[in-house]
Ligand binder design. Structure first.
Ligand code: CUA
Length: 181
């Protein structure tokens, strides 16, 4: 049978299966099933999975909590004149708020290595993407949803946060840092 010409016998699906064909079908099926069950398995036992914790709130309420945290734990400011962003060093184990908005991450976080934090993410306007580099953490940031990431940074250094959902003319400038000391 050729793939170009129509089959000589119209009822081709009733032809007996070749042994090799059957082996391939079985291999493909088994592999499909392995891949399928790896999804729930990895969700539960994989180390890189994030706690999927999210709840509804309003941008105004979220911003209020963020400002309260900044007022309490601000250590300095960074950035060019006129667009300074506060740097916040919240205590270990605390709730940490990070606002995404056109086109900024606010504030800059400074965390301690080996300590756990609950990082809350939310957008003030529309969809943004939280991407932490070079770690492989990607979270969609919605307005109206407080998305909580429980993280324990293990490596000291300066991480980059970039927006990876197209959010308008200055999407490419929506970058920030995260310090781990
Ligand atoms: Cu925010 Cu792209």
């Amino acid at each position: 049978m050729s793939a170009i010409l129509p089959p000589s016998e119209r009822v081709w699906w009733k032809q007996p299966l070749d042994r090799v064909e059957l082996i391939w079908i079985v291999i493909a099926l088994v592999w499909c099933l392995i891949m399928f069950f790896m999804m729930p398995y990895w969700h539960v036992y994989g180390k890189q999975n994030l706690a999927n914790e999210a709840f509804r709130t309003t941008p105004a309420e979220f911003l209020k909590k963020t400002e309260a945290m900044i007022a309490q734990h601000k250590v300095r400011e960074e950035g060019a004149q006129g667009q300074k962003v506060p740097v916040v060093a919240p205590p270990a184990g605390s709730d940490v708020y990070l606002v995404a908005r056109l086109w900024q991450w606010y504030p800059i976080l400074e965390l301690e290595s080996g300590k756990s934090y609950r990082i809350h993410l939310m957008s003030m306007d529309w969809l943004h993407g939280f991407s932490l580099q070079p770690e492989n953490i990607n979270i969609e940031v919605h307005p109206g949803y407080d998305h909580v990431l429980t993280v324990t940074p293990t490596h000291k250094g300066t991480y980059s946060i970039i927006c990876n959902e197209y959010c308008g003319i200055n999407h490419h400038t929506m970058i920030s840092k995260l310090y781990v000391k």
